[in-house]
Write a protein that binds this ligand. Structure first.
Ligand SMILES: [Zn+2]
Length: 294
């Protein structure tokens, strides 16, 4: 029966989406060369066994890795790796599973850290320098419109704030807060201003061990900032009480653990005590909970 055939095909597509092209897609976005990726894609779709090994020895063939060539080449690979039906359920609308406000830093893969590319419409993903959930309207600080859009119009929960180790925006804010004259165009100064206030608050509260090495000071401030952003969301009347709020620090410097790229849980709905958070996270994820703050 045609209907059954259609249903079967739809099931197949979903199965492919979940399994088949996923590894190859990830390899694609991780910058392996087109030939290696194409080979990995084939291997992935059929055997799903040795795709990792098959690219290991391959030199990247993204020869023109910059400029328009590089962009188009990467997109060509990306679109060729998407499994059939990737956009099928989201042609007319989106219903993201989560919204994250992440720092725009190029070392931080906002989608990659939650495997978002494996599924179209998984993540709503505004970003800015210093992962701020606020903007200023008529002198008043309010929830950032792009972030709020996901909460208000799409009803997304959980809402996630992701800071990261070695954040340049937090470093600049710390320099300003401690008296260094930082020259920046108005657009950037405006982005840094709320972060400077948060850093000043952290220092005034003696929440940071300022005697530590500067990188450790910055990473403490990164975590403090994530907590401050979550606090703002908790106190905002624009955010529904039932919205789940998670604060993470994406750690590529191994400041929290020896796992680079881990999203360390530092805040759940305002709770920041690691012992309490370890009680809250799913079993086996206790090592994801850490804090650099005293
Ligand atoms: Zn940053």
């Amino acid at each position: 029966m045609p209907e059954d055939d259609d249903r079967e095909r739809a099931c197949d597509r979903r199965a492919v989406l979940k399994a088949g092209g996923a590894g190859a897609t990830m390899l694609g976005i991780m910058g392996y060369g087109p030939e290696a990726v194409a080979a990995a894609g084939d291997a992935d779709r059929s055997a799903r066994s040795s795709s990792a090994e098959s690219v290991e020895d391959s030199e990247s063939t993204l020869a023109s890795d910059s400029g328009l060539d590089g962009l188009l080449e990467r997109n060509r690979i990306w679109s060729s790796l998407l499994p059939e039906g990737y956009f099928e359920d989201v042609q007319e609308s989106q219903a993201p599973t989560a919204v994250s406000m992440c720092c725009s830093d190029s070392r931080v893969s906002q989608e990659g850290m939650f495997l978002a590319p494996l599924e179209a419409a998984y993540l709503f993903k505004p970003s800015n320098i210093g992962n701020k959930v606020t903007t200023t309207v008529d002198g008043e600080r309010v929830v950032d419109g792009s972030f709020l859009y996901a909460l208000e119009n799409l009803g997304v929960s959980p809402a996630v704030v992701v800071g990261h180790t070695g954040c340049g925006a937090i470093t600049a804010a710390y320099e300003i807060a401690t008296g260094t004259d930082v020259e920046a165009p108005p657009g950037i100064s405006q982005e840094l201003e709320p972060l400077v206030e948060i850093v000043e608050e952290a220092l005034a509260r003696d929440a940071i061990d300022t005697a530590a090495e500067e990188s450790a000071v910055i990473n403490q401030l990164v975590e403090y900032n994530v907590d401050a952003q979550i606090e703002f969301l908790r106190e905002s009347e624009e955010v529904a009480d039932e919205t789940e709020l998670y604060g993470f620090v994406y750690d590529f410097q191994r400041a929290y653990s020896d796992v680079a790229g881990r999203t360390v849980v530092v805040n759940i709905d305002g709770e920041t005590d690691p012992a309490a958070l370890r009680e809250t996270v799913p079993e086996n994820y206790e090592p994801f909970v850490e804090s650099l703050l005293r």
